[in-house]
Design a protein around this ligand. Sequence first.
Ligand code: TA6
Length: 302
Amino acid sequence: MSEEIQALNERFGAPGRVNFHAGPGGLIQVAVSGTAATAAICLQGAHLTTWGRHGEPPVVWLSPDARFAPGKSIRGGVPVCWPWFGPHETEARFPAHGFARTVPWAVEAVDAGDADVTRLEFRLVGDSASRAMWPHACELRLEVAVGAALEMALVTRNTGAEPITIGQALHTYFEVSDVRNVRVEGLEDCPYLDKVEGMARKRQSGPVTFDREVDRIYLDHPADCRIVDPGHARAIRIRKSGSASTVLWNPWIEKAAHMGDLGPDGHLRMVCVESANAAGDVVRIAPGVAHRMAVRYEVEAL
Ligand code: TA6
């Protein structure tokens, strides 16, 4: 066991509840287990890779072909997209969805006192490349609460003297039985930008169903969403705050085949419902102010 992992377990570990270990690709992960659920979080990107309730199919999906390597994004889980969403506005060479998901983070706190809910907090450390891309004084933390529900909060604090503007998303991959038999409720009548059709501006009619590639940024949408999945006899309710955009994505067959890390028929097993601030919903944060974007995922029996 590396000295770093040993030190993490000595400071934050809890036998049988919170365990730091070397995961695939040598990336340090923390395994969390409680009375109701389990989760795993990779320190690179503070990337929650899976969350599931005992005896049920996982709720947060991880590709069976996900690659784990330093500086590379992981396919599935909850990638943290920050401080921009999608391509950088001016620098094509900058990574899509920002750098937060591929740089080192530090563990700030772990509270395993309540066997029903384990709370963890991570702080973005970054590296020389990320600091060059984002030369602003600010702090990014991710709070995670693992229990029968999953709660996550992304907190950006502007510690500088000038305002900053961020785009962000908790780019969550949800596991579904078969995306062709799933619908997403809560976006009815909402305007959206359709990335599949050149960011054409449209308006949602009825629930969202999936029989082709879907890649949409719903704007001015602070409300809940609900993934109704008869095949798993469940609905996943997505509550959020501090987020004005909801992004829906399924790559469908052709794009999935080109990605190479979604796994066999991976597009059938997942749907991304991302709580975000993207496009026109980017957030301006004044000096000394903190912005909090939070989500709560719950499972409802059908
Ligand atoms: O959120 C949807 C999206 O922007 C899609 O356009 C697709 O690019 C997806 O994110 C995955 O992006 P990634 O950089 O993780 O491959």
